[in-house]
Ligand binder design. Structure first.
Ligand code: SAH
Length: 269
């Protein structure tokens, strides 16, 4: 792909939630044709496992548990493009839903590097979906909000207005929200959402070993701890989360194990 003379293109590509069958055709073609694929862990083991190691560069968490600085990734994208390479920046889900895809696009534009955005299936919708939870439902939720559960600890005020979210009555989907689950479930209750509001956690959606834990605003922290739910996981808060119970017996991809048990208030992984 590279001719060494001209600047290569960077493709900001969404991988979808992890199942290789949920890659878009375009994403699969670009990965195949790329000289280099810069990625973190979020595309999941199956998709990453299909990319030859020789053309992969991991810009996610390093061995010591430290994140690769965003500045490094930005610089590396520009550097590779200027070498004339065709570069895929592969990001989990959709490249512009959290995960700093917007910042990378701005950086590329500033550096004068041509780039293209290739949307992907976001885990924010697909995660709940494969667990049997529609993020909207004519009878239960006419709006949905996507929020980060990972607050910048240096911020004085919460970046997310939990009071306002509680007041909308719509579905709340929290990304990066495993660690701070106790804090924001408490905030939502303080803001007036009932303790019996259904909540579900979908861990590693569409990956091998996907798991789901369900409960309510009152019980979900215990359910998380009992099941040992870890990132990456999606939190779905709202009446739609109870839909899972009504469809689970017939749901084929609900938890990757097909055991068909729907035990609200506990772990049904
Ligand atoms: N761009 C991504 C989100 C990046 S933020 C997207 O559109 O999906 C990272 C967060 O995404 C994780 O903390 C988790 O909340 C969520 N996430 C991504 N992939 C996931 C998956 N397969 N299962 C569950 N949660 C996932």
């Amino acid at each position: 792909m590279s001719d060494g003379d001209s600047v290569g293109t960077v493709y900001l590509v969404g991988s979808g939630p992890g199942d290789p069958d949920l890659l878009t055709v375009k994403a699969a073609e670009l990965i195949e044709a790329a000289d280099v694929v810069l990625h973190d862990k979020l595309p999941g083991p199956e998709i990453l496992g299909q990319i030859p190691e020789g053309k992969r560069e991991d810009v996610g968490k390093r061995a010591g548990g430290e994140w690769t600085p965003q500045e490094y990734t930005n610089r590396r994208l520009v550097e590779l493009a200027r070498e004339g390479k065709s570069v895929v920046r592969l990001k989990g889900g959709d490249p512009f839903v959290f995960g700093r895809g917007g910042e990378e696009a701005e950086h590329l534009a500033e550096a004068g590097v041509p780039f293209e955005v290739v949307p992907g299936v976001t885990s924010a919708i697909a995660g709940p979906a494969v667990a049997g939870i529609p993020v909207t439902h004519r009878d239960h939720a006419s709006s949905v909000s996507f929020v980060t559960g990972h607050e910048d600890p240096t911020k004085e005020e919460s970046a997310v207005d939990w009071d306002a979210l509680a007041a909308t009555g719509g579905t709340i989907v929290v990304l990066m929200g495993v660690g701070k689950l106790p804090a924001y479930t408490a905030e939502l209750r303080d803001a007036g959402l009932g303790g019996d509001t259904p909540v579900a956690l979908v861990e590693r959606a569409t990956w091998p070993g996907m798991r789901v834990a369900t409960g309510t605003l009152d019980t979900i922290v215990d359910a998380r701890d009992e099941a040992g739910i870890e990132p990456p996981a999606i939190t779905v808060i709202g009446d739609v989360a109870a839909t899972r119970d009504r469809v689970l017996a017939f749901l084929q991809n609900g938890d990757g194990q097909g055991d068909g048990h729907g035990d609200r208030g506990g772990d049904d992984a």
